[in-house]
Design a protein around this ligand. Structure first.
Ligand code: 3PG
Length: 209
């Protein structure tokens, strides 16, 4: 039986999207996110160390960690073996969705059109990622796309920052908001974990209002 994303996220509405260059960064990053009050994170499969990073962050214990940028069923398998509690994709792929079902983990495919939403609905999904949210037209587009699909929940991601986040979260169709602004490649290159903690705490605070 596949758990659903709302129960895996357990009320967490902020999803830091992380592209982590090396495993050495994973521990201090998990500490900084957890210290800032984040309860979940998405580790993207865009770097060679992603699997090991995911494993380290999942073992940290303070965060519910999922895998992002999962493009193939094989990656989904590796992600779940490394401890991913959910799987996120930038687009909709039937085989990735089927594999996640088989593995019993929630899958959140990216959608950008009503046609893709219909595919997600037919696949039995009730949560999708609106990607890339801001370039697609932001909250206005989200509301227009959500209207014909009343049971569908959205995780908008792409171009969202601390200032835009709250308006998305106020919409009942939005389950959570994703974004990389709390822990960017630049923060990680500089090892600026204090700034990551600060930006995370700020986002967590804003997500509550
Ligand atoms: C993602 O993969 O979800 C995006 O890269 C995150 O988007 P952002 O970097 O614009 O927040």
């Amino acid at each position: 039986m596949t758990a659903d994303l709302p129960s895996v996220l357990a009320g967490a509405r902020l999803l830091p999207v992380l592209t982590v260059p090396s495993t050495a960064t994973a521990g201090p990053l998990a500490d900084a996110l957890a210290a800032g009050g984040a309860r979940s994170a998405e580790v993207t499969f865009r770097t060679p160390d992603a699997e090991q990073v995911l494993k380290t962050m999942a073992a940290h214990g303070g965060l519910t960690v999922g895998a992002g940028t999962v493009l193939t069923p094989e990656q989904a398998e590796r992600a779940v073996a490394a401890g991913a509690r959910f799987v996120v994709s930038p687009g909709f792929d039937d085989e990735v969705v089927a594999k996640c079902r088989e593995l019993g983990v929630p899958v959140v495919p990216g959608i950008a059109t009503a046609t893709e939403l219909m595919r997600a609905l037919r696949a039995g999904l009730d949560t999708v990622k609106l990607f890339p949210a801001e370039p697609l037209g932001g909250l206005r587009t989200l509301r227009a796309l959500a209207a014909p699909f009343p049971g569908m929940r959205f995780v908008p991601t792409g171009g969202i920052d601390a200032y835009r986040m709250a308006a998305y979260l106020a919409d009942p169709a939005v389950l959570a908001v994703g974004g990389s602004w709390m822990a960017t490649a630049d923060h990680l290159r500089r090892g600026d974990y204090e700034e990551i903690r600060r930006l995370t705490a700020d986002a967590v605070e804003r997500s509550r209002t």
